[in-house]
Design a protein. Structure first.
Lengths: 724, 542
């Protein structure tokens, strides 16, 4: 049996860590000793939380996974009685409750363990930053919110975590807040997410109106009981929820914030903007699978948006030169794959890809962080090259993760991606084709990154012929390491590391490479739980599918079935998926390794300069949004502000003037008291000064006497008038 | 608790008149040169009043239903010939508003210690008088008494803006005054119409009365309200509407608010935002809705439309303000739009959210005004463009500002969210499109506050005038911490607030929509029905 109080500690410990470090960040001096205490609190709380999470999952699994474990801690919002469709009423109260089922267990383990690893990595990476304690405060707070998100037993607790991680993301993207682009990127992320949350919260309202509750268990039980009675409203609910997912998980049209989010420190990019937070949208859709399965329309929308995002972002990734930007667009693209999976009904494949992606993308981002760290803050891949020599551990781990994401068996990415492609094929050939092309792109841009960064010759800061790559606005992580880590002096976030004294890249400390190794190993073996045993005469479902099956609740008496293709189709599909990966890798090798002058991509860039321009400028989406939605809103706001100050308030003043004039001629009484009073007052305002104060006061008293007197006279007059 | 349960001790009057006594004491026994003693006494009086008011909540029995929920009753005849009574009693809604008033009273006084440097004696006397006026307004259950307090409350505020305000203080003060006055007169007409309807009718309008003994007793009107013919209800409601809508202020009657806020001293803004605006919404809840159910329904489409326009309009106008205080002032228009929307959803969620949001708005916007005041005292400008990068120089201030901004924009786990969410839940339950439009305000809320935050606190600290600013001092911290604590408290555990207002809201819903609770309860599919499948929810160990 799961102990609910230990389960509560899982999110509470990081919250406690955040609270303690938050206070320490203000009042404790920044000494190495205090830094160690910060480490102890931050890592201690997350590690303990990870252990408790593992213990809770174990005790849950021991009790059998066919039932969810749910515990209500207290009544959070006792909102009252509301009306439900069909003339019923229901209690809309919202509990603070947690739920453990195979889905939340999976996410729980990913979040706590990957989170813990990244905390450890960050102690190395951030070691020279003056905002060290502040950084870990935010990071711990993030863990708390993310755990609320995955553990919540109803949509409202999920929403708390959902917005909470958005806040932490905002704070961490804007971590180097004195840099304008970081500040801008943070705000952009929050507002894009808010646009998504607008849809999400409306979806929640519709859930309330339909089911009279937001509790997963009760909603799903009603779907199981009444089945397709909810089909109509389900489409609206799902589309609204999906708007929220688009914001959080950076799908078209709300993906624009994620590439800019790379302005945050690299561990943040790894934890929040790759491994955990951005997959929350996928989690939410899979969590709501019962609702989505009621609406083929919504499913189709999810699948199409996912596929289009996958290829769209991948195409941008082809030409980016900033190492973190490539990974950012790659993340957007991989998230697209996950939604494609969910949309075609392969919910377990979506979560499977969330998991493998967490391993290899965290590894890639942390590897990129190690590279940036080693190159003194450089992020432009054109100024890297040959790093294999200088950073062997980083190289080895990143190579493994790159192979994993490209989809080469038997590494993790292959299994999850193959399952998605297979399911997409069964759903719609065009979508499958899009996904296959996106997968080719993935293999290409990832190995392009690999070859540009690690192979060839080092093209450090003094290499000529490459234009200065000062960033236009965003995307550069501001790493503080002007110096080697072992020198130990305290440089702060003084800009992003263009330094005059050329020194060669160096390997990162053990706290960083150790974490890289763990993630690399997970990227290698993590996919085996999705091994297609059916192909070799074993069970038809993979281990992972069986594990997640309990969350796919039946609708009416219609039970969920996993997609099954014939063995021969499946073999062909697997061969295709391996084939395109190999093709992409080979192309990258040919263009960026065999030919060190990169003549082919350069020639293509000039021959097809229009396409190259469009891709390099990310299809000008930011520019379009600025010109339309954002610019339009600001213009409207300006117009309204003018309207408010001139027309509306002008009317008020006009009424006052007319009253003053009319009454001024009409009644000498009024004239004497009101107008004089007012004019005296205004006149005094013009002159001001101490003598005016006295006069003003007398004017006020007259006014007031009139008001009170007027009220009483009115009262008395009407009374007498009507009595008589 | 003996004192609070004892019917012979007029505890509400005590809470109401402690500030008045303090004001008189200061006025008569203190020399105006002795500013320090005046400040300390005023603060002591406000704190004592707060401490006396808190046990009201403990002694209050929230479970009492219907009219019984009005507690600590004091009822004496005052002007028998007119049927005027001295009638005090509070329900859960008034209780929370009184606590908000006494709390912000202490904060407002303490926050003025350094900001107000001339005519201190008058200033603190007026603040205390204002306190009495506001508490009395919430306690009064007799229309006449209510009207007296309502008017009494105006005077001190008028002076506070007019004497200690900014550059255009006189314009702002007169505007505030005349606007409110116009509303008050219409409200008075409505009160009189009710009075005559209860009594002998209004002969020259051909309206027959009920022939009851003349009275101004509000609870009496709660009972006879539904007897008023709908056409008359419409007109009476309209009169109340103008009186209260100006006070709220609802779009398009809000233009006095930015001026009043910008010109008022910090403490004035805090009280204006936290309490005075609530007079309007409180008026709707206490009088207009329960007495005039038909009038409510007739004007409902208009009011909901104005509320939604106010939400979006206020937020958009906030977006482009150059003056921080004006920005916060316009955000009030948006927030009060939420309060009105929730109220006119006429269901328990909407009204509970609405009441809670009144409290929340007082806390969050009050805190924002305090914060703007803190920076104004240091730099004597509120122009956003004068700032930038303050987070580096004033980290504590930046953090507090962020928390207040997040609370104001409705971030979950802070107070604003609970209110806005419940309001929207109620609105959506009545008509999903109301929620669709209103939720736009949530997106815009994030936009204007975060943009403000970015321009003031983030970016490089490049204005030399800002490079030596001091972070918040102890006094400022003390004024802000209670508000921050309330934000977190209401965000995480709002249960006790909902409990306190549960019965009054039920009472109100039954008055406005008598059949609301009499519908069949939705039979949630018993979780066991799905036995053997995954949907079963195992009961957690309890």
């Amino acid at each position: 049996m799961v102990n609910p109080w230990l389960l509560l500690l899982v999110p509470l410990l990081p919250a406690l860590g955040a609270a303690i470090n938050g206070f320490r960040a203000f009042w404790w001096p920044k000494t190495p000793k205090n830094r160690a205490i910060t480490n102890a609190i931050a890592i201690g709380s997350t590690a303990l939380s990870a252990l408790l999470a593992a213990y809770s999952v174990l005790s849950y699994v021991r009790g059998g996974t066919e039932h969810a474990f749910q515990h209500v801690y207290y009544s959070w919002i006792p909102a009252g009685i509301g009306q439900v469709t069909g003339g019923f009423i229901s209690n809309f109260g919202i509990d603070f409750a947690f739920r453990l089922d195979p889905l939340s267990c999976t996410m729980l383990l990913i979040v706590t363990w990957v989170g813990c690893l990244i905390h450890i990595y960050a102690t190395g990476y951030m070691s020279h930053d003056t905002g060290y304690t502040r950084f870990f405060t935010y990071l711990n707070l993030f863990m708390f919110m993310m755990l609320l998100l995955v553990l919540g037993a109803n949509y409202m607790v999920m929403f708390v975590g959902w917005e909470g991680v958005g806040l932490c993301s905002y704070l961490l993207i804007g971590f180097y807040y004195d840099k304008n682009f970081a500040a801008e990127a943070g705000k952009k992320a929050f507002i894009a997410n808010r646009v998504g949350d607008f849809g999400f919260i409306l979806g929640i309202f519709l859930i309330f109106n339909t089911f009279g509750t937001s509790d997963y268990g009760r909603v799903f039980a009603q779907i199981t009981a009444h089945g397709h009675a909810y089909a109509g409203v389900a489409t609206a609910i799902c589309l609204l929820l999906f708007v929220g997912a688009c914001g959080k998980s950076a799908q078209i049209p709300l993906y624009v914030w994620l590439p800019d989010a790379m302005a945050g420190p690299t561990p943040v990019s790894a934890l929040i903007h790759a491994a955990t937070m951005v997959t929350a949208g996928v989690y939410m859709v899979v969590r709501s699978n019962a609702l989505f399965r009621l609406s083929p329309t919504a499913m189709a929308v999810v699948a199409i948006i996912g596929a289009v995002t996958a290829i769209f972002a991948a195409s941008i990734g082809l030409v980016q030169n900033d190492i973190k930007k490539v990974l950012a667009y790659s993340t957007v693209s991989q998230l697209g794959f996950m939604f494609l999976a969910a949309g075609v009904g392969a919910f377990t494949a979506a979560i499977f890809h969330v998991m493998t992606h967490a391993f290899f993308k965290a590894c890639l981002f942390l590897g990129a962080g190690s590279v940036i760290h080693g190159c003194g803050g450089e992020q432009d891949m054109r100024k890297m090259g040959g790093l294999r020599e200088y950073m062997p551990k980083t190289h080895a781990t990143m190579l493994l993760a790159t192979i994993a994401i490209s989809g080469i068996p038997p590494l993790a990415g292959f299994f999850s991606k193959d399952e998605i492609l297979g399911n997409a094929f069964g759903y719609s050939i065009p979508l499958w084709l899009i996904a296959v092309v996106a997968a080719t792109f993935t293999a290409f841009y990832m190995f392009r990154l690999y070859y540009m960064t690690f192979r060839g010759k080092y093209r450090g800061a003094h290499v000529e012929g490459i234009e200065e790559s000062e960033p236009k606005h965003a995307g550069h992580d501001l790493i503080g390491s002007h110096t080697h880590l072992d020198q130990g002096d305290q440089h702060s976030d003084k800009g992003h590391g263009h330094h005059d004294d050329v020194h060669l890249p160096h390997e990162s400390p053990a706290s960083m490479t150790g974490v890289l190794w763990i993630l690399a190993i997970l990227s290698v073996i993590g996919g085996l739980v999705g091994f297609p045993t059916g192909l070799f005469g074993g069970a038809k479902e993979t281990i992972f599918q069986r594990w997640l099956e309990p969350i796919l609740v039946p609708i009416g008496d219609h039970h969920f079935h996993f997609h099954e293709a014939s063995k021969s189709t499946e073999v062909v599909l697997i061969l295709v998926s391996i084939g395109v990966a190999v093709f992409g890798i080979a192309l990258a090798r040919r263009w960026y390794f065999s030919d060190p002058s990169w003549s082919t991509p350069k020639r293509l860039g000039t021959n097809f300069s229009f396409i190259h321009q469009v891709l390099e400028n990310k299809y000008y989406v930011d520019e379009i949004y600025n010109a339309t939605a954002i610019g339009g809103t600001v213009k409207l706001a300006r117009a309204l502000s003018w309207f408010d100050a001139n027309i509306l308030d002008g009317l008020v003043n006009l009424v006052r003037h007319i009253t003053v004039i009319v009454l001024g001629h009409g009644s000498s009484m009024f004239d004497k008291y009101v107008v004089d009073g007012a004019v005296n007052g205004v006149g005094a305002g013009a002159r001001e000064g101490s003598s005016a104060l006295r006069r003003m006061q007398s004017g006020f008293v007259q006014n007031y006497a009139l008001v009170m007197g007027g009220g009483i006279v009115l009262l008395a007059a009407v009374y007498m008038f009507t009595k008589a | 608790m003996g004192i609070y349960g004892n019917p012979n001790i007029p505890i509400l009057s005590i809470v109401t008149y402690i500030p008045l006594i303090g004001a008189l004491f200061i006025a008569f026994f203190y020399n105006r040169e002795n500013a320090n003693a005046i400040k300390r006494t005023a603060l002591a009086v406000a704190v004592i009043d707060f401490l006396v008011s808190v046990p009201l909540w403990i002694a209050f029995d929230a479970k009492k239903a219907g009219v019984e929920n009005f507690q600590f009753r004091e009822q004496w005849s005052w002007i028998p010939s007119l049927g005027v009574q001295y009638h005090f009693a509070i329900d859960g809604i008034a209780l929370l508003l009184i606590l908000l008033t006494t709390l912000t009273g202490c904060i407002a006084i303490y926050s003025s210690f350094d900001a107000i440097n001339h005519r201190q004696k008058e200033y603190y006397v007026l603040l205390l008088l204002l306190q009495t006026g506001m508490i009395g307004t919430f306690c009064a259950l007799d229309f006449f008494l209510f009207y007296v307090f309502w008017e009494v409350m105006l005077v001190p505020m008028y002076f506070i803006i007019g004497i200690w305000g900014g550059a255009r203080k006189l314009y702002a003060a007169i505007k505030f005054f005349l606007y409110t006055l116009a509303g008050s007169v219409l409200m008075l007409l409505s009160i009189l119409a009710l009075y005559f309807f209860n009594d002998g009718g209004i002969p020259f309008l051909n309206i027959k009365g009920l022939g009851n003994t003349p009275t101004f007793d509000v609870l009496q009107y709660h009972n006879i309200g539904h007897l008023i013919p709908p056409s008359l209800q419409f007109w009476i409601f309209l009169g109340f509407f103008f009186g209260f809508a100006i006070k709220v202020p609802m779009f398009p009657f809000h233009t006095w608010l930015p001026d009043a806020h910008v010109e008022a001293p910090t403490a004035g803004s805090v009280i204006l935002a936290a309490v005075l605006l609530k007079m309007g919404t409180y008026g709707f809840i206490r009088f207009a809705l329960p007495i005039l159910p038909d009038g409510t329904k007739q004007l409902l489409p208009v009011i909901v439309a104005l509320a939604i326009i106010g939400i979006i309009y206020g937020a958009l106008v906030s977006l482009v303000q150059k003056d921080m205080k004006k920005l916060v002032a316009y955000s009030s228009v948006s927030h009060l739009g939420f309060v009105m929307l929730g109220m006119f959803a006429l269901n328990p969620m909407g009204i509970q959210g609405s009441v809670l949001q009144m409290i929340n708005h007082g806390i969050s916007t009050g805190a924002l005004f305090l914060l703007v005041g803190i920076i104004y005292e240091r730099r004597h400008t509120r122009l956003i463009s004068e700032y930038g990068g303050l987070a580096k120089q004033m980290p504590m201030y930046a953090t507090l500002f962020l928390i207040a901004a997040l609370s104001s924009m409705g971030l979950p786990a802070l107070n604003g969210f609970i209110g806005e969410f419940t309001i929207l839940l109620g609105a959506a339950n009545r008509n999903i499109w109301w929620a669709v439009f209103a939720a736009v305000g949530i997106v815009l809320g994030a936009a204007y506050l975060l943009w403000l935050y970015q321009r003031v606190f983030w970016g490089p600290l490049d204005n030399p005038k800002n490079q030596n600013l001091l972070d918040v001092n102890r006094r400022e911290l003390i004024t802000l911490l209670p508000l921050v604590a309330c934000m977190i408290w209401i965000g995480i555990a709002p249960g006790i607030f909902f409990e306190t207002i549960d019965e009054p809201v039920k009472y109100l819903v039954q008055k406005v929509d008598p059949g609301y609770y009499n519908k069949p309860v939705l039979a949630v599919a018993p979780v066991e029905a799905a036995a053997g499948t995954a949907a079963v929810v195992a009961e957690g160990a309890r």
